[in-house]
Write a protein that binds this ligand. Structure first.
Ligand SMILES: [Fe+2]
Ligand SMILES: [Fe+2]
Length: 288
């Protein structure tokens, strides 16, 4: 089994310090094999916000965590136009990671991060042809038994975002991106951006989408809450490529608590969820 903590949308500068501390404490208690952070580290890409985010990340690094990060639209300066168009991700590279195409591989997992944040759009994301080629290439020689995971800030798929059935915009050039994801045999597509937890088989969202399980994270630590969802992150356990447990870990106003655990199994075409009935160690030890 491999364990992953999937965090997103930290928004340092518009963060809740108590929730930030509890997130770090929770990670230290549960020690995932990999911590994935899918963008929006800061609120406005300001130097002091990146400094705070970087200090928090560096504490995790010095505690020996494996980290994989991608930038979000909030990590590109909005009002500083000179910087926005000439050096949009210079602070991200300096404070968070120099690598905009991060890769993590161990004996169970192969994980690729792709940057979808752009200067030309305020909040929408894009994938370019070169990145689609990287998706195909990086996963090409990964052994069959490893779980292939793609991480972006903007979801590749349109998904429900409002209280009703309103659908989000998908990432720019999403049809080609989905084709690349399908050809690469991606098992899990992780993203954030909407500050809303969500999971569904790609095959039920779009035609010809392949066999990915699409998982969205809420905001882990920010005060920018949507649809009355409090802060949360995802805990993912990959048992095999066709069996994944997803646990939402949500803030309850005082601490993080394990919530909504489901087991997803792949039937050859789609992922099917059923609530996990067994009591887990995670639930027992979720206080932080
Ligand atoms: Fe965000
Ligand atoms: Fe975002």
């Amino acid at each position: 089994m491999a364990t992953i903590a999937h965090l997103s949308d930290l928004h340092f500068g518009a963060h809740e310090p108590k929730v930030v501390d509890s997130t770090g404490a929770w990670l230290r208690e549960h020690r995932p094999d990999l911590v994935i952070i899918s963008g929006d580290f800061t609120q406005r890409a300001r130097e002091e916000q990146f400094r705070e985010a970087s200090a928090w990340l560096n504490r995790l690094r010095s505690d020996g965590f494996n980290l994989l990060a991608v930038p979000g639209n909030h990590d590109v300066p909005l009002y500083d136009l000179a910087r926005r168009f000439t050096r949009p991700l210079s602070r991200y590279k300096r404070y968070i990671s120099n690598d905009l195409c991060p890769w993590f591989e161990n004996d169970r997992l192969a994980v690729l991060g792709i940057n979808t944040a752009r200067s030309l759009t305020i909040k929408d994301g894009r994938i370019n042809r070169e990145q689609m080629e990287i998706i195909r290439e990086r996963f090409r020689d990964v052994p069959e038994h490893k779980t292939r995971i793609l991480v972006t800030h903007h979801p590749l798929f349109a998904m429900p975002i409002g209280e009703g059935n309103e659908l989000s915009e998908a990432v720019g050039r999403h049809e080609d991106a989905i084709k690349a994801v399908c050809e690469a045999g991606v098992h899990i597509a992780l993203a954030g951006h909407f500050h809303r937890t969500y999971a569904e088989a790609a095959g039920r969202m779009v035609q010809n989408a392949g066999g990915a399980l699409v998982i969205q994270a809420g905001t882990a630590t920010s005060v920018r809450l949507r649809n009355s969802e409090l802060q949360s992150f995802n805990w993912i356990e990959t048992h095999k490529n066709n069996e994944i447990d997803l646990q939402v870990v949500a803030w309850d106003g005082a601490r993080f608590k394990a919530r909504d655990r489901a087991r997803y199994t792949f039937d050859g075409q789609n992922w099917n969820a059923r609530p996990a009935v067994e009591a887990t160690e995670l639930e027992a030890g979720a206080a932080a």
